[in-house]
Design a protein around this ligand. Structure first.
Ligand SMILES: Nc1ncnc2c1ncn2[C@@H]1O[C@H](COP(=O)(O)OP(=O)(O)OP(=O)(O)O)[C@@H](O)[C@H]1O
Ligand SMILES: [Mg+2]
Length: 358
């Protein structure tokens, strides 16, 4: 990922989907048009990022935290930590949020050209208000510098001292106001390099603070990791925790059904033989058991089942169609656990016999 790709992704917002064609009308189209529409639909649906009820709340909080951070004095910026279990959708969420903010800030319509600005009189530079990097296993300071420099289009060779100076300079030159570091759970402080990286992130946050910029750290299970144990980080950390949808509380079930309802609003125009409520009411429990409320798995399950039903000329959704969709290994394993827990025989008579004997 570099600034150009980020700019392209953020500014190119055209939906990957065709305009919806009602199923009855589709049946009357010539074969060539049917095939073209089908290709567009089946290729576009997997690329869809669906707005989630839970992340909408996290987005609002993120907006507020960043706005407050801008107003804080230079040396006292807070760090934002986004924590969630693996595969909940952290990266998708933070990218969609950041790129939305990018669009609002950089009102350039040309996806191929980076905007420019003048950081100092007589100096024109690419304007790159956001930098997104990913931490890899056993990353060292030089790797972080290399990621930032590569994102901004600079060479990364040289001693750490030299690249650090370069990083600090180019963050200012390109007007960086947001540094997103993804996969920070890769950070381990059991070796000296890891501890140095943790200290380096603190240093970067201080330098960014001087520019009025915010650092966002994104990762899985951060609560138990070194980042959230570090007193200096914790002292200035604003935490956002993302979770899958849960259905054990009334509020949780309402959120889950609302999310499925939004998904229907988006998808049923393409599959208009399915009645509203198919997923949000009739199959809400079934979908949850299969996906455990993970957004990515849910979108995949619903879209693939709909496409299969459409192609098979089935007007209604069936459990067989849904069961035929293969999901992630995580979802499959959790579903198997749920099923075996549900099918477990009663233990009571064994317990009672033991109690009676003693
Ligand atoms: N809002 C969404 N709409 C559609 N698909 C989504 C959405 N959010 C996440 N996904 C899908 O779910 C999967 C996991 O998402 P993502 O990679 O963002 O999760 P993550 O929490 O960053 O995972 P990891 O812990 O591996 O870093 C991806 O395939 C992604 O495309
Ligand atoms: Mg991720």
């Amino acid at each position: 990922m570099d600034a150009r790709m980020w700019h392209r992704q953020a500014t190119f917002t055209q939906t990957p989907l065709p305009d919806p064609v009602p199923v009855e009308q589709f049946d009357g189209l010539p074969p060539g048009e049917q095939d073209a529409y089908w290709t567009q639909l089946s290729e576009g649906l997997p690329a869809l990022v669906v707005p989630s009820v839970l992340t909408a709340r996290a987005e609002q909080r993120l907006d507020r935290l960043v706005a407050v951070n801008i107003r804080r004095p230079p040396g006292a910026k807070s760090v934002i930590g986004i924590d969630a279990p693996f595969a909940v959708g952290k990266s998708t969420f933070v990218k969609a949020w950041a790129q939305g903010a990018y669009r609002n800030r950089v009102a350039s319509g040309a996806p191929e050209v980076l905007p420019t600005w003048t950081p100092e009189p007589e100096l024109s530079a690419d304007w790159v208000p956001q930098v997104y990097i990913t931490l890899r296993a056993a990353s060292k300071i030089k790797d972080i510098n290399a990621s930032i420099l590569a994102f901004l289009g600079y060479p990364s060779e040289g001693l750490v001292r030299v690249t650090t100076t370069r990083v600090v300079k180019v963050l200012a030159t390109h007007g960086v106001r947001l540094l997103i570091v993804d996969d920070v759970h890769m950070l381990t402080t059991t070796h000296a390099d890891g501890r140095a990286v943790l200290d380096y992130l603190k240093f970067l946050n201080t330098e960014l603070g001087e520019l009025g910029a915010t650092m966002i750290l994104v990762g899985a299970h951060l609560e138990s990791g070194p980042l959230y144990q570090d007193p200096q980080i914790v002292g200035r950390l604003d935490k956002i925790t993302l979770t899958p949808y849960e259905i054990t509380t009334v509020g949780g079930r309402a959120d889950w059904q609302l999310f499925l309802r939004r998904l229907e609003e988006l998808l049923l125009p393409y599959f208009d033989t399915l009645p509203t409520g198919t997923f949000s009411r009739e199959l809400a429990g079934h979908v949850w058991r299969r996906t455990q409320g993970y957004v990515g798995d849910t979108v995949r399950l619903v879209t693939e089942a709909m496409l299969a039903g459409f192609d098979d000329a089935q007007d209604l959704m069936t459990r067989d169609l849904m069961q035929a969709v293969a999901l992630s290994a995580r979802a499959a394993a959790s579903e198997a656990d749920l099923l075996s827990a549900a099918a477990a025989p009663s233990n009571r008579r064994n317990r009672k016999q033991r109690a009676d004997v003693s």
